[in-house]
Design a protein around this ligand. Structure first.
Ligand SMILES: [Zn+2]
Length: 280
């Protein structure tokens, strides 16, 4: 077994081919794209037939050897990637995960029911959350996450990943998406190919909600939609219109909340994107 650390977290945004190379006669891997950072999505390649584990979680490896890793908002400073090749000999590498600091966002003057849901909706919220959690366990054997991502809508970014929210003075869960403010009715497109796993008109928190499955646990979420143009089970192509911006659910104005998850880990969509094009 070999074990060492790599300095590649210093190189955000670069193609990291070959910089992380684990090479023994039995197992090898390289990072093709992505940053080793909290909120980062990293795509790697290994030999077909290799088994991969991140922090002891089994990671699917495609027939061509592609795998994806995700590091949540509060991931600790290191992660362990273990590969087991044909000989069965494990190769382990410690990955250094760059730590971030997050903004604090205070929002005051909200109606109390937007901060604390009334008791009579708790059963509904539990039901909706259970379905969202189920979708986030899917490990579909497609690799639609491999290509570059498009902005799902064009507008003004009004909320960023990871910010700690204090609503009417009460600390709440961090914000895990990007908020893009745009006029009601603005088209929302699929940023990558995907399979529609949720197309719900009216969830309590997120209103009109679409969830797209891009494979290997990568699921993206589009919330507060005014209109939904897809159905559960549809295969959508990158750039296909999936709905329209709205302010449904618990929302203070028309915007798209866009999230990306790797199973239970929340990823930062901004890390996958270059700047928002003009015209928003
Ligand atoms: Zn949001």
């Amino acid at each position: 077994m070999t074990r060492s650390t790599t300095p590649i977290a210093m190189l955000p945004g670069l193609l990291l081919c070959l910089l992380l190379t684990l090479w023994t006669p039995s197992a090898q891997a390289q990072i093709l794209n992505g940053d080793l950072v909290q909120g980062g999505l990293v795509i790697g390649r290994t030999l077909p037939g290799t088994r991969a584990f991140l922090d002891d979680r089994a990671v699917s490896v495609s027939a061509s050897g592609v795998f994806v890793l995700g590091f949540g908002r509060d991931h600790p400073p290191t992660a362990r990637l273990k590969l087991i090749g044909e000989t069965g000999e494990p190769v382990e590498r410690v990955l250094e995960i760059r730590q971030r600091s997050y903004q604090t966002q205070r929002i005051d003057g909200l109606p109390p029911k937007m901060v604390t849901p009334p008791a009579d909706v708790l059963a509904r919220i539990r039901r909706e959350n259970a379905e969202i959690a189920r979708i986030r366990t899917l490990d579909t054997p497609v690799t639609y996450f491999e290509d570059s991502w498009l902005w799902p809508t064009i507008g003004t970014i009004t909320g960023v990943f990871g910010s700690q929210r204090i609503l009417n003075g009460q600390p709440r869960r961090p914000h895990f998406g990007i908020d893009i403010a745009a006029p009601r009715g603005t088209s929302v497109i699929a940023p990558r190919d995907g399979i529609v796993r949720m197309a719900a008109d009216d969830l309590y928190f997120t209103g009109g909600t679409v969830m797209l499955d891009h494979g290997h646990g990568i699921v993206s979420v589009y919330s507060h939609l005014e209109r939904i143009d897809v159905r559960i089970g549809d295969k959508v192509e990158a750039a296909q219109i999936i709905g329209a911006v709205g302010s449904t659910g618990r929302s203070t104005g028309p915007h798209l909340d866009w999230r990306i998850n790797w199973f239970d880990q929340r990823l930062d969509p901004a890390l996958l994107m270059t700047g928002m094009p003009a015209g928003g």
